[in-house]
Ligand binder design. Structure first.
Ligand code: M6R
Length: 609
């Protein structure tokens, strides 16, 4: 996804901006650009491709200044070409903007700018309208022009602007797209994402919706819509820049898989006291409030929605409240039955996923209470929620989500127990039992990670397959779906997941010798059923690899091959078994020579619809 960086100081703006953009490379991009203000002139360079291309273009010493903005673009409107790259400039070339998000009414604005002002557009982007809108409103006051332009813009945006006539300041505004600012010895900083600032400061200002921020060499000033100065305290960021680097691993993805025992342990540690008692009082639910809730929706996208599928039966079991899991992109448009008695649980690693944020707002408008499970502190989803449960996965950089998933499941389990305890629907002993099992999960996960050789063996045996499908029952359907998503997003192998009982209703027709089926068999109460499904597939000559608990001889006799993970309870099994699938996908992708951390067409957080 796009990244924004701005710098106003005494040092080299070019160097600071390029360094900031480099620390956002992990987000994925396909073009980059920079605009600097020097001696009353605006210097703009942009290139398609990676930052190296831009860097070589701005290498010359005379292409430097002490103030500027930069951008990495992930194409949405228009191809990833130099013309479509940001910054975009006003007609007179004195104002430059960078933009993250989407201007929904850009066609209408563009038409108006063409007919009323005779403007000739240089790109196919929605963002270029912002530069021209500011340009036509500019009367020697950049802040005023940006405010006037923003009044016309519908959609989501973080916009940073510089002007050759105002060489001391960067002006920015945000609405539903992240923006942060900071001050350090080198000067004032602005960025779309915290990692871009971490090299210089850990104390950042989180800019809120509709706020205007002015960044100069020595100050960050924040104003509301009416230009009333806001007194914002800085947020201290605990995790350091090192944590966002690979730490000796070949890829972020494998590093993050290796961090899963720690992520799960930390998520538990922050929510359990020394006696294993739940510490969730900060969620501020009362028994009366919970008793009034008659329905829970879990709303999320992608991997986060699969975590929701694992959490659903556990919440229903312990809290005895009906739960529906919905994709954010569906929920927001389907007129869901939401009342004051509804609780919506939004799950999002980044907390910036546009569909989830909009689904949240829709639920709020209809009177629901919002509890979010989020990894990024201070993110938009977190800020828009009534209650927040932070996962302690640490920064997740690889596009393929791994440690966020296991910590999200653990969070849902703890929430289920907390609700159950408050409502009196779960006995203390039952709650202690699950907590005890969860406390063992980090070690069980570590055991699967240690089995890497065996996982690589299976990856080697199957990496050339063109079709790999996943089946399971109960919560293994969610595991199958997540396993399939992991595989397709980083290996590009054709894959889908299906409830095993559904095979005979159509999909069984796809079985041929060259199709590989993974049968996820972690649920004791569904064991016999799953065994019959494996036999059903084998009878039609499918190749079947089972993923089952250690010592399961019957399954290993029925399937062609088996990966054994350590024995554990049915509830903990989804957290442990998924590690195998994450690592299998990783090693297959490696053998296929894929760009593992930044797969094609994908970005880490999807902040546009
Ligand atoms: O940041 P979020 O958790 O809201 O992101 C949701 C999905 O985009 C995300 O889980 C996506 O499916 C993963 N990158 C897949 O590995």
């Amino acid at each position: 996804m796009c990244g924004i960086v701005g710098y106003a100081g005494a040092g080299s703006a070019k160097a600071m901006i390029l360094s900031g953009l480099r620390s956002l490379e992990y987000r994925g991009y396909d073009s980059a650009g920079i605009a600097l203000v020097r001696k009353g002139k605006l210097l703009v360079r942009k290139e398609s491709g990676k930052l190296d291309a831009l860097e070589s273009k701005v290498g010359a010493a005379d292409f430097d200044a002490q103030l500027g903005i930069g951008h990495t673009r992930w194409a949405t409107h228009g191809a990833p070409t130099r013309e479509n790259a940001h910054p975009h400039t006003s007609v007179d070339g004195r104002i430059a903007i960078v933009h993250n998000g989407i201007i929904e009414n850009f066609m209408q604005l563009k038409q108006e700018l063409i007919t009323k002002h005779g403007i000739r557009f240089q790109s196919e982007t929605d963002s270029e309208v912002i530069a021209h809108l500011i340009g036509v409103h500019y009367r020697g006051d950049l802040v005023g022009a940006l405010r006037a332009a923003a009044k016309r813009m519908h959609g989501a945006y973080a916009v940073a602007v510089v002007c050759a006539d105002e060489p001391d300041q960067i002006v920015a505004i945000r609405k539903d797209a992240p923006l942060v600012a900071g001050i350090c010895e080198e000067g004032g900083l602005l960025a779309s994402d915290i990692p871009a600032l971490l090299k210089y400061t850990r104390d950042v200002y989180l800019i809120e919706n509709d706020e205007i921020v002015i960044v100069t060499k020595g100050a960050v000033q924040i104003f509301d819509e009416e230009m009333t100065r806001m007194n914002r305290t800085k947020t201290h960021i605990d995790w350091d820049a090192q944590a966002a680097e690979k730490g000796g691993y070949e890829h972020f993805m494998i590093k993050e898989i290796n961090e899963e025992p720690m992520g799960v342990r930390e998520t538990l540690r922050h929510r359990l006291d020394a006696n294993g008692e739940l510490l969730l009082d900060d969620l501020e639910f009362t028994k009366e409030e919970l008793d009034a809730i008659d329905r829970i929706y879990i709303v999320a996208c992608g991997t986060a929605s699969h975590a929701g599928l694992v959490g659903k039966p556990v919440i229903e079991k312990y809290a005895r409240i009906p739960v529906e899991v919905d994709l954010s992109s569906e929920f927001r448009y389907r007129n869901p039955i939401v009342t004051e008695r509804t609780l919506v649980i939004c799950i999002s690693q980044s907390g910036e996923t546009s569909d989830t944020l909009e689904a949240l707002r829709e639920a709020k408008r209809r009177g629901a209470k919002i509890l979010s499970i989020v990894n990024v502190v201070g993110s938009s989803v977190a800020r828009a929620s009534d209650h927040v449960f932070y996962t302690w996965a640490g920064p997740e950089i690889a596009v393929a989500s791994t440690k966020a998933y296991t910590t999200q499941i653990v969070s849902l389990y703890l929430i289920a127990l907390h609700m159950g305890r408050l409502r009196g629907t779960v006995k203390e002993a039952e709650s202690k039992k699950l907590v005890g099992e969860l406390l063992e999960a980090p070690d069980l996960i570590a055991k699967v990670i240690k089995d890497e050789k065996r996982i690589m063996e299976l990856a080697k045996a199957h990496y050339k397959k063109e079709k790999i499908f996943f089946v399971g029952r109960g919560s293994d359907v969610a595991t199958a779906q997540e396993a399939s998503l992991k595989l397709k997003e980083i290996t590009y192998i054709n894959s889908f997941a299906i409830a095993a009982g559904e095979l005979k209703h159509g999909t069984i027709a796809l079985i041929t010798r060259d199709v590989l089926f993974f049968a996820v068999a972690t649920q004791n109460y569904l064991y016999e059923k799953m065994l019959s499904n494996i036999e059903e597939m084998k009878a039609r000559q499918a190749q079947v690899v089972a993923v089952a608990k250690k010592g399961d001889k019957r399954i290993s006799q029925a399937a062609d091959d088996t990966f054994f993970f350590p024995d554990c309870s049915d509830e903990v099994a989804p957290i442990v078994a998924i590690i195998f699938f994450q690592m299998f996908a990783y090693h297959v992708a490696k053998l296929r020579g894929r760009n593992i951390d930044q797969p094609r067409n994908l970005a880490k957080s999807v902040t546009v619809e």
